[in-house]
Design a protein around this ligand. Structure first.
Ligand SMILES: Nc1ncnc2c1ncn2[C@@H]1O[C@H](COP(=O)(O)OP(=O)(O)OP(=O)(O)O)[C@@H](O)[C@H]1O
Length: 297
């Protein structure tokens, strides 16, 4: 890539359209008839417990995995009928929990690995070339856009610092800038707050909210376990369980004590305050989760 951004794919109103996707590995069914749509510019949250298939679904969207059956269309391009390397140039990814260190001949689209000795601006510029180090020379326009993107995520005071000296939260926001720098049409955030402390998490969430409120946001797939991480700008919530999407709709309809208790297997209460959802787990729920150990010795 040599320009600041790719020519956008101007096809259709949907950024993502997955129809009846099944993904099997050996005897394991990882995705079991998943359908999902995301409008262009829309934020959809994918919530579900560990191991329910969230990351596998995101890897389908990235063309890293192919469905065993079903159809996956991203930005108007259908997997199996398109050059996924070209498609990936239009997608930004932040997936800090996934070890996707690129190997020889692999694509590099992860948001987690970047050469820590680079300046923050250079680290963001690697997003133009989908590389870990900065092996290509960014144009002046690209550098300026990288710096503007860093301002956008609240790191304007860190432009020339070494990436490695940033706090984990700042690094995460720099990686969001890196995922945004080539102006993707789809942004996949796979547990973007994993491992962050309270302030770091809130900084990332504020950054995501800020992106969603910008005039021309990308479509965003926010993958998380935590309802409190949903932006008030979230248009649709999908609950996932055992490889299936078991409920989807506006957040107020989906984020209910009943649905979350069923999905996460833990009795919860939900409150909505200031546009955000908060869960409460009473100590009684612990008994359901671990049983009365003292009674069993
Ligand atoms: N290549 C594979 N072969 C067999 N099983 C696999 C393979 N890849 C993933 N799985 C299984 O598929 C399930 C879904 O994994 P996935 O990483 O998509 O879940 P997830 O919802 O993202 O989980 P987490 O929230 O813990 O990140 C898991 O049980 C996982 O062990």
């Amino acid at each position: 890539m040599t320009t600041e951004s790719n020519e956008p794919f101007k096809t259709g109103a949907l950024a993502v359209e997955v129809r009846d996707a099944v993904l099997k590995r050996g005897a394991t069914t990882i995705l079991d008839g998943v359908s999902l749509s995301i409008d262009r510019g829309q934020c959809v949250a994918l919530l579900g417990p560990n191991g329910c298939g969230k990351t596998s679904l995101s890897r389908l969207l990235l063309g890293q995995l192919y469905p065993t059956s079903g159809r996956v269309t991203v930005l108007g391009r259908t997997l199996g009928q398109t050059d996924v390397r070209e498609l990936r140039q239009h997608i930004g990814v932040v997936n800090p929990t996934t070890d996707s260190t690129p190997g020889p001949g692999s694509f590099h689209i992860n948001g987690a690995v970047v050469d820590a000795s680079l300046s923050v601006t250079e680290a963001v510029c690697t997003g133009y070339f989908a590389t870990v180090g900065l092996y290509d020379r960014p144009t002046q326009g690209q550098r300026e856009h990288a710096r503007a993107t860093l301002q956008h995520v609240g790191l304007g005071h860190r432009l020339d610092h070494r990436f490695g000296v940033l706090s984990t939260g700042e690094q995460r926001r720099a990686l969001i800038a890196r995922a945004l720098v080539h102006r993707p049409e789809l942004l996949i955030l796979d547990e973007p707050t994993a491992g962050l402390d309270l302030a770091g998490r809130e900084q990332v969430l504020a950054t995501v909210d800020h992106i969603l409120r910008s005039p021309h946001p990308p479509a965003v797939l926010m993958i998380t376990h935590h309802v409190e991480e949903l932006s008030p700008m979230t248009a649709k919530v999908c609950l996932m369980q055992k490889g299936r999407i078991v409920a989807e709709g506006p957040a107020d309809q989906i984020i209910t004590p009943e649905s979350l208790t069923a999905t996460f297997g833990c009795k919860v209460y939900v409150q909505k305050r200031h546009g955000r959802y908060w869960l409460e787990v009473l100590p009684e729920a612990w008994l359901d989760l671990v049983g009365d150990r003292s009674a069993n010795g």
